[in-house]
Design a protein around this ligand. Structure first.
Ligand SMILES: Cc1cc2nc3c(=O)[nH]c(=O)nc-3n(C[C@H](O)[C@H](O)[C@H](O)COP(=O)(O)O)c2cc1C
Length: 438
């Protein structure tokens, strides 16, 4: 733990079993200075303090071992250390590991990562712990996104399908797939996601309950591995999203039909997770705020999951222990009609946040989608702290979000946080090894 004599500020990271300098890139040098932009001010959620408001959004990389007989099946690899590590090193406040399946048949492709093997000796556990230790050594916090792909499971990685000029290709058993064990709330050919996908079978009630426990066990394992934030993936047409929508959920039991029944599995998952993770651990929820089926023929009889449905979900979140709603959209039905423009997601986050504030609730909001510019990101969170302070009168525009989630821009520009700090005039810490350059 000692410091290096010649460089007293270089101290050893406490979490790694070897010497590495503890960095804190992207952290404001004077966070309390009123000139520090909100984007670069720390945010505390329960017991976790994020050094800034910039989040690396989850990004599936389809780069894990697919051989079911390998101990590395579903484990993160050196690729993920390099991929996620660069964002931690270069100053992101919170780094998301890509969607991690809570059961083997919950992977999208056989090359997805998972966290169904909870033993401390398992490669899934150890590899996650290694990512966490590295990110922590760089001052970044780590989130996992727990997921089950439902009817979108058992396809080959998207670039394999793209090379074959196909929208998707079923991953058969010879490449590690499980085409006969793809599941959803409802089954049969009518519930196939699209061309190149498997026909799902409906989950039994017993299987739903097993899945609820699987989410909880994975969350508990993630916390043991040192993960700071747990997010549940209930967006983009994956299993929990499928349950929410009356179009994809046509069950007639306690898990289908009414809003209460369709949200039951999600509520059970969140409750089960809260029961096993520490009270200080933040719990995030990603939803598709709308499935963009308003007015579409497929939703004429059943209705669809709309913004109104999401607003109805909001009052339930505090009692379920959800701290932040990560507002995404779409991906649940091929007939979706999106009016695509740069702000189409951000506008959804804004609407959600306004409703939360109008109800005097404290749930935080994450905005995601087409965020690329420093000023744009800063504009989204500006005033968020003031808006949270008790009895504060907010002047200026209402903030859109509390955290900014970014995916593709980080792939284009891994040092985005450093560049944004420069553009916004925020004085931030730099990793010691980089000081000769920055
Ligand atoms: C390569 C790639 C993989 C993704 N994987 C996930 C994922 O695992 N879970 C998820 O919720 N979203 C995933 N997304 C969506 C992103 O998290 C994000 O919501 C979306 O890309 C919009 O943000 P952006 O405009 O900053 O890229 C993925 C996006 C990309 C580009």
């Amino acid at each position: 733990m000692g410091s290096i004599n010649q460089a007293p500020r270089v101290i050893q990271s406490e979490e790694t079993p070897y010497f590495t300098p503890a960095n804190n890139g992207g952290a404001a040098l004077n966070p309390a200075d009123p000139d520090t932009p909100t984007l670069f001010r720390p945010l505390q959620i329960r017991d976790v303090i994020l050094k800034n408001r910039v989040v690396v959004s989850p990004m599936c990389m389809y780069s894990a071992e697919s051989d079911p007989s390998s101990p590395f099946l579903g484990a993160l690899t050196d690729y993920h250390i390099a991929h996620l590590g660069q964002f931690a090193l270069k100053g992101a406040g919170l780094v998301f590991v890509e969607a991690q399946a809570v059961q083997p048949n919950g992977r999208i492709s056989p090359n997805d990562v998972g966290l169904w093997d909870h033993s401390p000796e398992s490669e899934q556990f150890k590899s996650l712990q290694r990512i966490v230790r590295f990110c922590h050594s760089q001052g970044a916090k780590v989130a996992v996104q727990l997921a089950h792909a439902g009817r979108k499971a058992s396809v080959v990685p998207p670039w394999v399908a793209a090379e074959a000029k196909k929208p998707a290709i079923i991953a058969e058993e010879d490449v590690g797939g499980w085409p006969s064990n793809v599941v959803g709330p409802s089954g049969g050919v009518d519930h196939t996601w699209g061309l190149g996908y498997c026909t799902p079978r409906a989950l039994s009630v017993e299987e739903i309950q097993e899945l609820v426990q699987a989410f909880a066990r994975s969350a508990e394992a993630a916390v043991r591995a040192g993960v700071d934030v747990i997010e549940i993936h209930a967006a983009h047409g994956y299993l929990l999203n499928q349950f929410l929508s009356p179009v994809t959920n046509q069950r007639t039991d306690a898990y289908g039909g009414s809003f209460e029944n369709r949200t039951r599995m999600l509520r059970e998952v969140l409750t089960a997770i809260r029961a096993v993770i520490p009270s200080g651990t933040p719990l995030f929820l990603r939803i598709s705020a709308t499935e963009w089926l308003d007015g579409q023929a497929v939703a004429a009889e059943s209705g669809s999951w709309t913004m109104e449905s999401s607003l109805k979900l909001l009052p339930l979140l505090p009692e379920l222990g959800v701290d932040l709603l990560d507002v995404s959209s779409g991906g649940n039905h091929k007939d979706q009609k999106i009016n695509l423009h740069t702000n189409y997601h951000i506008d959804l986050a804004s609407e959600v946040r306004k409703a939360i504030r109008a109800a005097d609730a404290k749930t935080l909001v994450g905005a995601v989608g087409f965020i690329t510019q420093a000023e744009q990101a800063q504009g989204l969170v500006q005033g968020a702290d003031e808006a949270h302070a008790a009895n504060a009168t907010v002047s200026g525009p209402e903030p859109v979000a509390d955290l900014v989630f970014m995916a593709r821009q980080f792939m284009r520009e891994p040092e985005w946080v450093m560049n944004a700090a420069k553009k916004l005039g925020a004085k931030v810490d730099v990793p010691v090894q980089f000081r000769r350059a920055i």
